[in-house]
Every structure is written in C-alpha cells, then in structure tokens.
Design a protein around this ligand. Structure first.
Ligand SMILES: [Zn+2]
Length: 268
C-alpha cells in the first residue's frame, strides 16, 4: 500500500512554480497592486515555505490543503482589515493570533522542522498589516492551487496487453483512490510528465483558475470563507499512457472524475 507518509513522494514541485503567479495574474490578482500576492504565491516554493526531505510544509498538496488554504485566506483578510500588525504564534498565548493549523510535519529531522517553522513565523511577524495580508493571501492561493494539481484522487490501472476498459484487458495491478502526486512515481515517469503537466487532466488547472477567481471576488468585497470543499463529480474519464518497449511494455490508464468546488461565504 502507498501512503501519504511515504518519503519518496514529493509535495512541492507541483505545477511548475511559475504557474502559480500566472494563475493569480489572470484570475483577479493582476496589476501592480497585487504584485506582492503573486510574489508570495511563488515564494511558497522557497525556504522556509517549501517542503524538503526533512519536513512537509503546510502550503502544498496536503490532503487538507483546502482547509489550510481557507484558514490562510481568512487570516489574510483579518490582517487586511486590521490597523495594527497581527502577532502570530504556534502556541496559545493570549492576545496573539494562533496559526496552529500551519504546523510543519516532521519527516526525518525534528530540529530542521522546528527551525523552518520558526523561520516562517519570523517572516510574517512584526510586519505591516498590508504585508501580512498579501503574504498570507499569496500562500493561501498557492495552497488551494496545489490541491488541484496534486491532491485530487484518481484510480490507476496497469495491464500488459491493453488499456483498461478495452476488450482483452488483463490487469497487472490497480491502485484505487490515490492522489495524483503518486501517479508519476507508480508509472515511473517524471513529475513534469503527468502531475505537473497542466495539459494532462487540464481540468485541474482550470479548477485552480476558477477557484482563484472566486477568491479574488471575495477578497475585493472583504468576505470571509466559512467552508471550502471539492468533490469528484460527473462521469468517469480516462487518460492513457504506455511505458516501456516490447515484452516490458505496460498500458497504464488513469480513471478520474473532475472535481466540483463549493465555497460558502459569510456575508458582510
Ligand atoms: Zn507548492
């Protein structure tokens, strides 16, 4: 069985890093005013925000990416509407704003994990509220965009003789309900090939754009988000891929459904 804890799967290459500011720019966060937001949507893939072999940072394709993204967005809005800088903490000190949900997951090195987590905190503490707002918003956008790039779930089938759903299909292996970030590793191709390729299952890219655009509308009218969910919907579709030559040839089929996204907002 493959698990999200398996170290060999990466969490941060994602869509190519430059895709994030592009999605922001085209979907409501264009222009000079939002330049810092676009910058931070990219900074999510730099230290101390990126994941490493030592730890998993919260801004990428964790399974709860939509929940993390929603909370980041709401914090960004709180900073936007605040006259004073917010003081963030991983603890529960009174008068400070808890960012408990952003705790880093240790993979192999607790000291490095803690250091990166604290370095992140010092990036956003003691800064002007406008800075805090744009930084957190950029990270929020990166996080929810990553969800569609990497965390959405698919079924993967492999056969020696034919593609799934065709006559004479003899399955060799099947992996049910796995996140997209595991697919490239199982097939044995690079992440750029399938997972980070916005042309493969391009609905993922389009969903990231639509959600970014919806968030920009809410941001501009100062609305908080109550809930943000996405579920597979519609009919099953297939992406097919062969790998290997002659007797080593394998026929891979990804079976997937597109995800529909739902945002519930607090009215002002
Ligand atoms: Zn990322």
């Amino acid at each position: 069985m493959f698990s999200i804890l398996n170290m060999k799967f990466d969490f941060d290459s994602l869509f190519p890093t430059t895709t994030h500011p592009k999605i922001c720019e085209k979907n409501g966060f264009g222009g000079k005013k939002f330049a810092p937001v676009r910058k931070w949507s990219k900074k999510a893939d730099k230290y101390p925000c990126k994941s490493s072999r030592f730890y998993s940072a919260p801004f990428h394709a964790r399974n709860n990416a939509l929940s993390i993204g929603r909370k980041l967005y709401n914090l960004a809005l709180k900073a936007k509407l605040s006259d004073e800088p917010l003081e963030f903490t991983f603890g529960g000190e009174e008068g400070k704003t808890s960012v408990d949900f952003l705790k880093y997951n240790n993979k192999t090195n607790p000291e490095k994990t803690l250091r990166a987590q604290n370095d992140f905190l010092s990036l956003i503490n003691n800064k002007a509220p406008a800075f805090q707002a744009y930084a957190l918003l950029g990270l929020a956008l990166h996080t929810v965009q990553d969800y569609f790039a990497h965390a959405v779930r698919v079924d993967l089938f492999c056969a020696r003789n034919n593609y799934y759903f065709f006559e004479g299909f003899i399955p060799v292996s099947e992996y049910k309900n796995i996140p997209v970030y595991e697919v490239d590793e199982l097939i044995g191709v690079s992440n750029n090939d399938i997972e980070d390729n916005i042309r493969v299952m391009s609905w993922r890219y389009n969903a990231a754009c639509r959600l970014t655009s919806a968030l920009s509308e809410m941001w501009k009218s100062n609305r908080e988000i109550d809930s943000l969910t996405a579920e597979p919907t519609g009919s099953v579709k297939f992406y097919k891929r062969t790998k290997g030559l002659l007797s080593r040839k394998k026929f891979w089929t990804i079976a997937y459904k597109e995800y529909g996204c739902e945002i519930n907002k607090t009215s002002v």
